[in-house]
Design a protein. Sequence first.
Length: 74
Amino acid sequence: MSFLAIEKEALELPIQERAKLAQRLLESLDEVSAAEAEQLWLDVAARRAEEIDQGIVQLVSAEELESRVQALLK
């Protein structure tokens, strides 16, 4: 069964059942294996490196970060 078919069926469930399904799906995210978790982190790192390389985001120093955080906490 495809993702779209599952999604369509799930959206047709009564609200209580959708809520239970949503909760179970969220809980399942905590059940990833060590290998899956490592791959997820590698994917994030690769995406962030690409964003830096493309100039989409800019790096800030630790001092600048601390300054921004302190300003937000005031």
